[in-house]
Design a protein around this ligand. Structure first.
Ligand code: ADP
Length: 255
């Protein structure tokens, strides 16, 4: 039997008194394309950040690629893991952020080669060859020597996708990757993601307000409200026949 690549079990996350994730449990199968939708503040981004080990957890368990993301204490609680373990766990996962987060003083090629050279010890020639293949894939081979400031938002985001892919992650997380873009630049980024989804067997989690795209892209849609999954199912089920009142009213407002 195939094991889930991500297993989230009774996850709680609080920021001070604010409970953001509330007993959240779900699994993701290898290769699955998941869309996380729901109102602002429902905890979607926090889940991605926890998977990327950018946030700690308050309670619960998470396994990625069969291993605990955090260390377990005898008491059964999880505690932040040591750096070597986090480093290994992070190598399974790539993340693309809303605001690109490119290194502003490095050219496009260096933005992509930096992590493979520093964290995986790849030699420059090999890292650059792979970076050029990735730039080809996102349609930006001619921008290899450009600086981020010379690119449009859509181009920056395509570089950010290539950069995340350079580490060959098994899981890709996309956090509202088009919401900082001018409307006419959204399509070029979605096209790259569609191609990626169709051509690779990577597991992908997408937080988005682009419901049309979520419908096309996802195998499964999770609707969140107040740190819990209210409803989940195929895109057709969630977008055409949502059964929960909260899902219905959210979709009425957004579509
Ligand atoms: P979503 O992605 O669904 O919009 P988020 O996961 O970004 O929701 O945020 C969930 C809640 O957690 C929000 O109320 C947000 O203000 C709060 N939050 C997120 N990060 C922090 C933080 N670092 N410190 C305090 N509150 C935070």
């Amino acid at each position: 039997m195939v094991e889930p690549i991500i297993q989230i079990d009774k996850l709680d996350k609080s920021f001070g008194p604010l409970k953001v994730l509330d007993g959240l449990s779900f699994d993701v199968m290898p290769g699955e394309k998941l869309a996380l939708i729901g109102p602002s503040g429902s905890g979607k981004t926090t889940i991605l950040r926890i998977l990327m080990t950018l946030e700690t957890i308050t309670a619960g368990h998470i396994k990625v690629c069969g291993e605990q993301l955090y260390h377990m204490q005898r008491s059964g609680h999880e505690v932040p893991a040591d750096e070597p373990h986090l480093h290994k766990m992070r190598s399974h996962i790539g993340m693309v952020f809303q605001h690109f987060n490119l290194f502003p003083h490095k050219c496009v090629l260096d933005n992509i080669t930096l992590a493979p050279m520093l964290t995986k010890g790849e030699v420059r020639a090999k890292a650059e060859q792979r970076a050029m293949e990735l730039l080809e894939m996102v349609g930006l081979a001619d921008k290899a020597k450009a600086m981020p400031a010379q690119l449009s938002g859509g181009q920056k985001q395509r570089v950010a996708i290539a950069r995340a892919l350079a580490l060959k992650p098994r899981i890709m997380l996309f956090d509202e990757v088009t919401s900082a873009l001018d409307p006419e630049l959204v399509e070029e980024v979605l096209l790259v993601m569609k191609r990626l989804a169709a051509e690779t067997d990577m597991t992908m989690l997408l937080v988005t307000h682009e419901m049309g795209f979520a419908h096309e892209f996802a195998d499964r849609v999770l609707f969140f409200d107040k740190g819990r999954i209210v409803e989940q199912g195929s895109p057709d089920k969630i977008f055409r026949h949502p059964s929960h009142e909260r899902t219905q009213s959210f979709l009425r407002k957004i579509i």
